[in-house]
Design a protein around this ligand. Structure first.
Ligand SMILES: NC(=O)c1ccc[n+]([C@@H]2O[C@H](COP(=O)([O-])OP(=O)(O)OC[C@H]3O[C@@H](n4cnc5c(N)ncnc54)[C@H](O)[C@@H]3O)[C@@H](O)[C@H]2O)c1
Ligand SMILES: [Zn+2]
Length: 360
């Protein structure tokens, strides 16, 4: 097992990464002085595989209960949060009690939001089970729910007390969710450049085959990159924005497809392809840098859903409504090559149009 320490002063915590870690959760809990009252929040597909492994570790000295929310993004709602608050109040949860999220980013964001707000904050432990949750959403303390008018509009920065990243659970992750997680992995590879980028490029087939040793190494390196960034910029004032590489395009594509057929991680891969196109048109990235990244993305054999021509005007309009637009200008996170990230305003809208045209 490897341990990464997220050093955020009195909000610091450890992230444990390795194989078959869920079965040893209680050994880790023994290091804390939580009230022995735990509420686990999960979703049926995850519960089916892993709930028992966790549940059986809580003996009679604990008051342990679990809550399954319906699978899917719609559970990140104020409705679901309120149901969980009611359940916690009825079970008389106190400030020193514990909430455990067991699941993907949806469960992590929701359980985290409830933990941040119930009694103004109670202890939180993340047990992320999707690749995206392991490398991205469980690290850094962003928690939140959706509003009918937009995704992730209601939320907080709230750090957990511990994250346990058991890479073995990725074996049961559906293929499409696995590819989505890889979208974020590629993002880290480009942000970090150097050895991580080359490792991903060289071992992509083993990664596609979910070879556990290489996957554990990759997950650990991605978490390290996110942790380093979060430690420097917890509240996204500056360099945490690098993590949005490909995301302004991705969010536009997700909205364009009405959060239907195109999932976030897939949209991120298209978004990164758009970003390198803009970087090339702006002569920011070398031909070699462009090709290295492009070749990697090509190996995913992605195609946009449906047989439609993208309406680039509509997409650009959506981009202007993104919450990251400042003073009416679209600021993009662009790679000048693997390991070299810049944030630039892009005023020439034909660059955006070319970028969207390059992915269809
Ligand atoms: N907080 C952050 O910093 C942050 C960052 C990125 C994304 N997010 C949020 O994360 C969410 C997406 O997370 P996600 O991609 O994990 O989606 P998700 O939570 O819906 O999980 C994807 C699917 O995989 C299933 N699943 C998860 N782990 C499994 C396993 N080990 N075996 C079998 N099935 C498993 C889930 O039940 C679900 O059906 C979005 O709501 C997004 O806004 C948050
Ligand atoms: Zn993302």
């Amino acid at each position: 097992m490897s341990i990464i320490f997220v050093d955020l002063g009195n909000r610091g915590y450890q992230i444990h990464i390795g194989q078959n870690l869920l079965a040893g959760l209680m050994d880790q809990l023994d290091h804390f002085s939580f009230r022995k009252q735990a509420a686990l929040i999960t979703t049926p597909p995850v519960a089916e595989h892993y709930l028992e492994t966790v549940t059986t570790q809580f003996d009679d000295t604990w008051q342990f209960c679990s809550y399954e929310v319906p699978d899917g993004e719609q559970s990140k709602s104020s409705d679901t949060a309120e149901k969980i608050y009611t359940w916690l109040i009825e079970k008389q949860f106190e400030r020193n009690s514990l909430i455990i999220s067991l699941g993907g980013g949806v469960v992590g964001d929701l359980a985290g939001f409830v933990a941040a707000t119930y009694l103004r904050g109670i202890n939180l432990i993340h047990l992320p089970t999707s690749l995206l949750a392991q490398v991205d959403s469980s690290v850094g303390g962003k928690v939140g729910i959706n509003h009918p008018l937009g995704k992730n509009l209601i939320g907080a920065f709230y750090q957990p007390k511990l994250v346990v990243c058991d890479v073995s659970v990725l074996k049961t992750l559906p293929d499409v969710e696995y590819i989505c997680g890889l979208g974020e992995v590629i993002k880290y590879g480009i942000i970090a450049g150097g050895s991580l980028f080359h490792l991903i490029s060289q071992k992509l087939d083993a990664i596609f085959a979910r070879k556990m040793d290489i996957l554990t190494d990759i997950v650990q390196q991605c978490i390290q990159i996110k942790t380093d960034i979060v430690m420097q910029d917890e509240y996204e004032q500056n360099i945490r924005a690098y993590l949005n590489l490909g995301h302004t395009f991705a969010h536009a594509l997700e909205k364009y497809y009405r959060f239907g057929e195109l999932k976030h991680g897939q949209a991120v891969l298209f978004g990164i392809r758009c970003a390198i196109q803009v970087a090339r048109d702006m002569r920011m990235i070398s031909t070699d840098g462009f090709e290295q990244i492009d070749n990697l993305i090509q190996r995913f054999n992605l195609s946009l859903p449906g047989n439609i021509n993208l309406d680039t005007d509509a997409l650009i309009e959506i981009m202007f409504r993104d919450k990251k637009v400042k003073d009416g200008r679209i600021n993009l996170v662009l790679p000048a090559g693997p390991g070299e990230i810049r944030i630039c305003p892009v005023d020439d809208l034909s660059l955006l149009e070319d970028a969207f045209n390059s992915i269809q």
